[in-house]
Design a binder for this molecule. Structure first.
Ligand SMILES: N[C@@H](CCC(=O)N[C@@H](CS)C(=O)NCC(=O)O)C(=O)O
Length: 321
């Protein structure tokens, strides 16, 4: 069987099985810790504007979600932002985009320093997004699916006036089921295609991915957004995979039945979101390409980053809404 990109996360059958999220504390107004305090007995940190820092990589779809949700909710002043380099060296995510190579608030050069300050025995992959406490330097959470839902619910008192409700209570049962399908077959499905080390595991992931994209195309044929007439977290989650599809997943992860630009409903839907404030300005195709093609040596040993595709189509009229 082929060499795995992440052997600790590859099954005997050659399928990619993603590691669990290690840090699952939460920031919540229910915390019984005082302002400035640490987590309470239930791992709840006090809600405080300006205290926590979101560490993201422009290339990473899981981190990109958090960046978009923070924008849409107007949490920019409440949660500061640190950006790691799209290229990791053997020591992992680096703050080499910052002057002198250190995050100016946390004072660290590598994200692993925050992980190890939180758990000195941590041996898993050091991942983005991570929400880091600027007082203690500890990682509060790298639990990316919970993080953005908490931005919508637990951080509500700090939202900008008129912020959208991205996780409406009455839609949650349907949304949760839909987001689980999108996660399994699309968000993580592209990784299951790309990181498969057996033909069978790849084909299974590929088939599920395009079947799900076909179903989503049908769903979006007669409604503007996944849950109807308003943007929700489900759209953010689908968008971050679609926007990477042609520049990374189609080639690098062999998700190549069709390009996004060859799936008319999804292509128009993705452009509609891209052109919505809060989305397009957070997309960096150069970082996305350099990260994927430049850091997965088991898949692309030369590290050569393709020059294409032409991304100018993202700015063209979408004809929806
Ligand atoms: N926290 C999740 C998802 C986040 C994630 O995988 N982020 C990627 C970037 S897209 C990452 O940080 N990878 C670091 C690595 O592979 O060492 C996980 O552990 O699988």
């Amino acid at each position: 069987m082929a060499r795995a990109q992440f052997s600790a996360e590859t099954s005997g059958g050659g399928a990619f099985v993603r590691q669990p999220n290690r840090f699952t504390d939460r920031v919540t107004p229910d915390s019984d810790s005082p302002p400035g305090g640490g987590p309470d007995a239930q791992g709840r940190w006090p809600l405080e504007p300006g205290r926590y820092r979101l560490i993201w990589c422009r290339a990473c779809p899981w981190a990109h979600r958090a960046r978009i949700v923070r924008n849409l909710l107007g949490l920019q002043d409440a949660i500061s932002l640190g950006t790691v380099d799209p290229i990791r060296d053997e020591r992992g995510w680096r703050f080499s985009l910052d002057p002198d190579g250190f995050d100016p608030v946390l004072g660290i050069g590598f994200l692993s320093e925050a992980y190890l300050a939180t758990d000195p025995d941590y041996t898993g992959r050091v991942t983005v997004p991570a929400l880091v406490d600027t007082r203690t330097g500890r990682v509060v959470t790298n639990d990316y699916p919970r993080l953005t839902l908490d931005f919508s619910t637990e951080w509500r008192s700090l939202h900008a006036p008129g912020a959208p409700d991205l996780y409406p209570a009455e839609l949650r049962p349907e949304m949760d089921a839909l987001m689980a399908e999108i996660h399994r077959d699309v968000n993580n499905g592209v990784y299951r295609c790309g990181f498969a080390t057996s033909q069978a595991a790849y084909e299974e992931a590929f088939t599920a991915l395009f079947a799900r994209l076909d179903a989503l195309s049908q769903r979006l044929a007669d409604r503007r957004y996944l849950m109807g007439e308003a943007i929700t977290e489900a759209d953010v989650r689908l968008f971050t995979t679609l926007v990477r599809f042609d520049v990374a997943y189609h080639g690098h992860f062999k998700c190549n039945r069709h390009k996004l630009t060859e799936m008319p409903v999804l292509w128009a839907y993705a452009r509609d979101l891209f052109q919505t404030p809060g989305f397009g300005e957070t997309v960096d195709f150069d970082h996305i390409k350099r990260h994927y093609y430049g850091t997965h040596a088991a898949i692309n040993p030369t590290g050569i980053v393709p020059l294409g595709p032409d991304t100018s189509g993202w700015a063209t009229p979408h004809g929806r809404g």
